[in-house]
Design a protein around this ligand. Sequence first.
Ligand SMILES: Cc1cc2nc3c(=O)[nH]c(=O)nc-3n(C[C@H](O)[C@H](O)[C@H](O)COP(=O)(O)OP(=O)(O)OC[C@H]3O[C@@H](n4cnc5c(N)ncnc54)[C@H](O)[C@@H]3O)c2cc1C
Ligand code: FES
Length: 294
Amino acid sequence: MNSLLNQQSPKTDNLVSPYLPSAATVERVTKLTEKERLFTVTPLAAIGGLPVSFDPGQFFMCGLPGYGEAPFSVASMPVNSHINGSPKQSFDLCIRAVGNLSNAMHRIKKGDRVYLRGPFGRGFKTDELKGKDLLFIAGGIGIVPMRSFIKSVAGKDSYGKLTLICGAKTPEEILFQGEMDEWKDMGMDVRLTIDKRHPGWKGNVGVVTTLISSLKLKPDKTVAAIIGPPVMYKFVALALRKKLIKDASMLVSLERRMKCGFGKCGHCQINSSYVCQDGPVYRLTDLAGLPEAF
Ligand SMILES: Cc1cc2nc3c(=O)[nH]c(=O)nc-3n(C[C@H](O)[C@H](O)[C@H](O)COP(=O)(O)OP(=O)(O)OC[C@H]3O[C@@H](n4cnc5c(N)ncnc54)[C@H](O)[C@@H]3O)c2cc1C
Ligand code: FES
């Protein structure tokens, strides 16, 4: 249904139950802010019986015994163990401490184990986007899956102009600022904004839409990826439409409470769509019949 998005099937067809978590070692814990930590994890063996392979925008269910599990987007460059033969490919998850599991995750240390299922869902199909100008619009923790997407395309000749608009409440809450300097060196136009004035901040103040009007976009060549709080989507879409970007060229990632991750329990359901399976990345046109989407 959606040519711009990854159409990878969930792993219900292999012999290992997709409910069965696989252990992974935490190789590194990096404190990004008071609320967010980056975990580099290495599966002990193939997750769910398959080599690790995912696309940006896909997610894993990550859990700890006694605390349950929750979906977390992959924050790092995609790996493909099908190609290099090793199931033990490290990747990053960035976790904001908001509740029971995520606070427990913030207490774990290098060498501890987490338990993973996945990858699940549809991500960004980067091959289909070759030749396009890519506009990344991230709000708050939306930069986490966006980092995976950006790392897959930055510095590659096969893509057109790359632009990142990233907003957060305060300067400290803009994640991966050091890496953004590297992305600028690779030719990306990086524009940052914070919600309200803050001592020492010399950049833009205002929501992400305040940075859209000054962009020079080629409507037929531009695809926008938008990830952030749901309230942002409606206003970003309006601002992009004024720039003549079509809804079919806007990709958004949705968040819903999830349990199974692969279309069985219905927790993530919006009308007829299961976000864990049809999303989390949708083309805006595919959400036209789903008014509850955001
Ligand atoms: C596809 C997907 C990808 C995600 N990627 C990330 C990620 O990369 N990093 C990250 O930190 N989080 C991510 N999340 C959100 C994460 O799964 C939830 O915050 C998770 O519930 C945290 O578990 P917890 O037990 O710590 O919090 P809980 O104890 O379950 O909840 C704590 C508080 O947060 C609220 N809450 C929890 N989840 C949500 C939600 N999805 N929407 C609105 N409110 C919610 C609860 O109502 C409660 O008030 C993602 C969610 C989805 C669906
Ligand atoms: S989380 Fe179970 S159907 Fe989506």
